[in-house]
Design a protein around this ligand. Structure first.
Ligand code: 3HC
Length: 661
């Protein structure tokens, strides 16, 4: 780095920022919030930045400063946004308004600095962090796998509040900017560059400084989006575009559940052709959103999911998992194996013969092609997943996962062999969904070695893994299981070995209750629409068809609810009308979609939905009371991840407390 000089202007003291002026007159401003894994913009950090900007203004006026480069000192990335831990303290609209006005004023001052200000971005640049970068005159980003830019605010029930709505439209044009704000989708460096959010890419972080320095010395300034993009927000076109956005959002979220995207679209409809007006209009809409129950609950969900990451074994004892051996190449086993290979593990997949393994390998290839970008990455993943008819992978594995048919004797045999052949430290896990763990483990020499790792179908889409604890397990066994789930990017929730564990146990009474209503003459379309109106992602009848009626029946039996032989449910199963997978269940299925009739009118669909969901809520409360899951918090996040239960209600236990379920 170039030699430093002491600025004539006194820099105020700061915990989060360091500033150096070099001999070329470049000011190097680095953010590195102390005692935090990621940089966030807390009130304190923003106040420090305000003091620094005052000094920069003076230095720029005196000619001492030629330009500023803003970098992050953290390996984890640039800035992860405003500090969400402070949001609960912002419930007073006056306090929030003042905080937003301060941030807007500060970012406007940065933009108005008379010298070039360049942001050098690596890793995460999210929410308020991206808003700060957009207030700089030019943005350089590292084009590697870790860089992500975006506005995840919508996942917290709000939208960008530090001027990002207007500035992103200015840079990326209305359609692209609204798209990323409405979806919360994070972009890699290249698409962000194509979109206009970033001006220049560098290959590695080491060259960020060099490129940023050049940008300052050449006084480069980012160009706003061209007219061809801006035209989509002009005149009557804007109303049309807004309606299209509303329709798009409407497919995923209802305004009464998730008001933020709708409010943002209204703001766009008002001011989308004038980025400054858009920016000015932000606060008025942002304040009620921040104080909404939806936002409070979504923030809670964020922190609950962060809490799940704290499980497992951390620090120097953190286990390393390199090799996974999966026994059983059916849908679950095959997809678990594919997922582990996708996440970088070496995987052996065992079944009786190649014929049984081949379909799993084909599905895995399709997954790799969908999720990985380059041919090399895909080829590597394919090479990591190996068919293993003889079971040679057992001896090398760090984790063994059994996912064969639900037959106690077969499972016992598998683990008796696994116990002999695997390394002493390897995890032995079953993906059983119905057999008590203790019964599988009891004949082992060390029954505490066996844990449950219960994945959900489709494995690639559902984040939850129930880590099942039997009475034989020690805390360390479970912590290692949770650590493995985290290592493959899943969210572990520890659950006691009890029929149905957590998710099936709470889902079944809800689904069976709905089936009973249909059997008694209720309209299935109306039942499903009611659950969706309440906030479930899918109605219970459609869900039963999706899960498969045969699977539903066996889980119901396991939970002590045998299906009546003279019921429509039993008849459908007898006729092999098993739901989506056979093209016919309660619904007829065409191209992977249930063919639905008209929904008969109902005076209070959401109210009916609430009634339908009641058994799920009650079963969750019982599961907590019986210690199946350790706390209300874990039950809420487990049920949200496992069933899609309305996140805007914060989970069944929270909804119950709030009197909303
Ligand atoms: N505020 C407060 N804490 C945050 C935070 C934020 N914006 N972002 C991350 N953290 C905390 C996490 O809670 C965690 O704390 P812990 O160690 O005490 O549990 C720690 O930082 C590390 O985070 P992760 O464990 O999640 O680290 P990962 O590497 O797995 O993920 C991340 C990093 C992608 C940045 C992820 O943390 C994330 O998605 N954060 C939230 C990003 C976000 O929503 N930003 C928008 C904030 S709202 C905003 O900016 C409003 C503005 O427009 C006005």
């Amino acid at each position: 780095m170039a030699q430093m000089q002491t600025p004539n202007v006194q820099m105020p003291p700061s915990r989060a920022f360091t500033f150096h002026l070099d001999f070329e007159g470049l000011g190097w401003l680095t953010i590195d919030v102390p005692d935090a894994p990621v940089n966030t913009l807390s009130r304190e950090t923003l106040a420090e930045l305000a003091g620094i900007v005052t000094a920069l203004e003076e230095m720029a006026s005196s000619g001492e400063l030629k330009g500023v480069v803003l970098l992050s000192g953290k390996d984890s990335g640039f800035i992860a946004g405003a500090d969400i831990t402070e949001f609960d303290e912002m419930s007073d609209p006056g306090v929030l308004r003042a905080a937003l006005d301060r941030a807007h004023g500060l970012f406007d001052r940065i933009e108005a600095l008379k010298v070039p200000v360049v942001a050098g971005i690596h890793g995460f640049c999210l929410g308020g962090g991206l808003e700060l970068a957009l207030a700089c005159h030019y943005r350089v980003a590292v084009n590697d796998d870790r860089t992500r830019l975006g506005f995840p605010e919508v996942n917290l029930g709000i939208f960008p509040g530090f001027g990002g709505s207007g500035r992103s439209i200015r840079q990326a044009g209305p359609v692209d900017a609204m798209q990323i704000m409405l979806t919360g989708k994070l972009l890699r460096a290249s698409p962000a560059r194509r979109m206009g959010l970033v001006d220049k890419l560098v290959r590695v972080r080491d060259t960020l400084r060099w490129e940023a320095r050049k940008a300052v010395l050449q006084a480069r300034k980012s160009s706003p989006a061209p007219f061809t993009k801006r035209v989509m927000a002009l005149g009557p076109v804007r109303g049309y575009v807004a309606n299209k956005m509303r329709a798009e959002v409407g497919r995923k979220a209802k305004p009464e559940h998730y008001p933020a995207p709708y409010s943002l679209i209204e703001l766009f409809e008002q001011h989308g052709d004038d980025w400054r007006a858009m920016k000015r209009g932000e606060a008025e809409r942002f304040i009620p959103l921040m104080n909404s129950n939806t936002s409070k609950n979504l923030r809670r969900v964020f922190f609950l999911s962060e809490g799940l990451k704290k499980q497992g074994v951390r620090g120097k004892d953190k286990p390393v998992f390199r090799r996974v051996h999966v026994i059983g190449a059916g849908v679950m086993g095959g997809d678990i194996a594919a997922w582990c290979a996708l996440r970088g593990m070496g995987v052996t997949l065992q079944d009786l013969d190649m014929e049984r393994i081949k379909p799993a390998l084909d599905r895995a290839k399709a997954l790799f092609r969908k999720r990985l970008r380059s041919k090399t990455e895909i080829d590597n993943a394919v090479a990591r997943l190996e068919a293993d008819v003889t079971g040679k992978g057992l001896a090398r594995a760090d984790v063994v996962i059994e996912a064969v048919v639900e037959n106690l004797e077969i499972k016992r045999k598998i683990f008796a062999e696994a116990e002999l052949k695997t390394r002493p430290g390897a995890i032995l896990a079953t993906n059983t969904s119905s057999i008590e763990l203790e019964r599988i483990a009891e004949n082992l020499t060390a029954p505490g070695r066996l844990i449950g790792l219960h994945f959900f179908n489709p494995v690639a889409q559902l984040p939850l893994v129930e880590v099942i604890r039997s009475r034989f397990n020690a805390d360390a066994d479970i912590a290692r299981g949770a650590a493995f789930a985290l290592a493959i990017g899943k969210s572990p929730v520890v659950v006691k070995s009890a029929p149905g564990f957590l998710v099936n146990r709470v889902l079944m009474p809800y689904m069976l209750g709905a089936v009973q209503r249909v059997e008694a003459g209720a309209n299935k379309e109306q039942i499903d629409a009611a659950a969706v109106a309440f906030g479930m992602p899918m109605g219970p009848i459609e869900l039963m068809d999706t899960v498969g009626l045969d699977v539903g029946k066996s889980v119901a039996e396991e939970l002590g609810n045998p299906v009546a032989p003279d019921s429509q449910f039993a008849r459908l199963i007898a006729d092999r009308k098993l739901g989506r997978k056979t093209g016919q269940g309660f619904y007829t299925w065409s191209n992977g979609k249930a063919v639905k009739g008209e929904v008969p009118p109902h005076p209070d669909l959401a109210g009916l939905g609430r009634e339908l969901v009641q058994p799920l809520v009650n079963a969750t409360a019982v599961a907590v009371a019986e210690g199946v899951v350790a706390s209300d918090d874990l039950a809420d996040i487990g049920v949200i991840y496992g069933t899609g239960f309305a996140p805007f209600l914060g989970g069944p236990m929270q909804a119950r407390k709030d009197g909303r379920a």
